[in-house]
Design a protein around this ligand. Structure first.
Ligand code: B12
Ligand code: SF4
Length: 282
């Protein structure tokens, strides 16, 4: 890698942090677990989230979204808060602020524009707005490792963060991947209220409380009513028990609240026992 390439990567990272992202890493535009994703889809683990299968080809190949894509700039935005009161009980942490797509989009677009201008390249931003396997690419970039609960975990940050990506045709020097630090721990697999994990790194979304309360279309089967318990929108159990979140720092800048109370907001919960209306996508 040339000195110019290294200087460019440094400048891109500095700009990402300046924009307010908590972490940034650069990696190749190639997947590590595309075959796992395909198996997951083919065995019905996505439930009624048909959009994932419909965009399978794009998710497996970032170059379909950005021809000539060579590198990925992966960023993390911490959404952990210190001040959550009882009124947010039942709402997953990620949904206690304004819709994260709206919070991340302007920041990512600014980063995309910076990368394009600095590298003389074409770039495209994604925060679940394009068909991209975000965790896989972010893990390859070294933003963190995929935990047994399938969340991306960053050393010193935990997993309460959103992932955003800038795909670019620029050839940027990659960072090292972060090694898996789950070790022998199985806290998340043991604590899941609906036994949604088939094993480490393998979630059956059809059993996941987050899926059932947000994404699922149709009646919620009786067997899940008790496991869903007090959860109204999303679920954080597999993150709450994770030792890497025990000392997770609060966000430097709290994601603004969308409304004073969750009930009237865009992230309001679906009626218990009925189909979620998927007002917002995870
Ligand atoms: C569909 C979806 C869901 C589904 C399915 C989740 C799942 N685990 O598959 C449901 C509705 C259940 C869901 C729930 C949540 N989600 Co969600 N979701 C997505 C979405 C749109 C696609 C994910 C996907 O493709 N899933 C299919 C599976 C197979 O892929 P994957 O989870 O990315 O898994 C990869 C790795 O696990 C890896 N892998 C597979 N096998 C193996 C084996 C080994 C050994 C290793 C190392 C890796 C590995 O390869 C997989 C494919 O590349 C992404 C945004 C995006 N565009 O990527 C957000 C996203 C993953 N969700 C996010 C969040 C915040 C959540 C929740 C925490 C929200 C909540 N509190 O309720 C929960 C977490 C539940 C959980 N344990 O995953 C964040 C994750 C941030 C992070 N730090 O990881 C994302 C990235 C959105 C974002 N831009 O920030 N989600
Ligand atoms: S709870 Fe334990 S096994 Fe699960 S993701 Fe965290 S460290 Fe890994």
């Amino acid at each position: 890698m040339t000195l110019a390439g290294l200087a460019l990567a440094q400048a891109v990272k500095a700009r990402a942090l300046e924009l307010g992202f908590d972490r940034v890493a650069i990696g190749p535009a190639t997947l590590s677990h595309g075959a796992d994703f395909e198996r997951w889809l083919d065995t019905g683990r996505a439930g009624t989230m048909e959009y994932l299968a419909e965009t399978r080809a794009e998710r497996l190949d970032p170059a379909r979204l950005l021809p000539g894509c060579r590198s990925v700039v992966a960023v993390a935005l911490n959404y952990a808060r210190e001040d959550d009161g009882a009124e947010w009980r039942g709402v997953a942490r990620y949904a206690r602020g304004a819709d994260y797509h709206n919070v991340m989009r302007p920041l990512l677009h600014a980063l995309r524009d910076y990368v394009s201008a600095a590298a003389g390249a074409q770039s495209r931003a994604s925060v679940d707005t394009s068909a991209v396997l975000e965790r896989d690419l972010a893990a390859a970039a070294g933003l963190g490792w995929v935990g047994k609960n399938t969340n991306l975990i960053a050393p010193g940050l935990g997993s309460y963060f959103f992932i955003g990506l800038v795909l670019t045709t620029a050839d940027l020097p990659p960072d090292d991947a972060v090694p898996d630090r789950c070790g022998t721990c199985t806290a998340c697999l043991d604590a899941c209220p609906s036994a949604a994990f088939e094993g480490p790194y393998a979630l059956d979304a059809r059993r996941c409380v987050a899926y059932l309360t947000i994404e699922h279309r149709g009646p919620i089967p009786d067997e899940f009513h008790a496991p869903i318990g007090d959860w109204l929108f999303g679920c954080d159990v597999c993150q709450e028990v994770c030792p890497w979140n025990r000392h997770a720092p609060p966000a430097r800048q709290a994601v603004p609240r969308s409304t004073p109370a969750p009930c009237s907001s865009a992230t309001s919960p679906p009626p218990r026992g009925s189909a979620g209306s998927a007002r917002t996508r995870i």
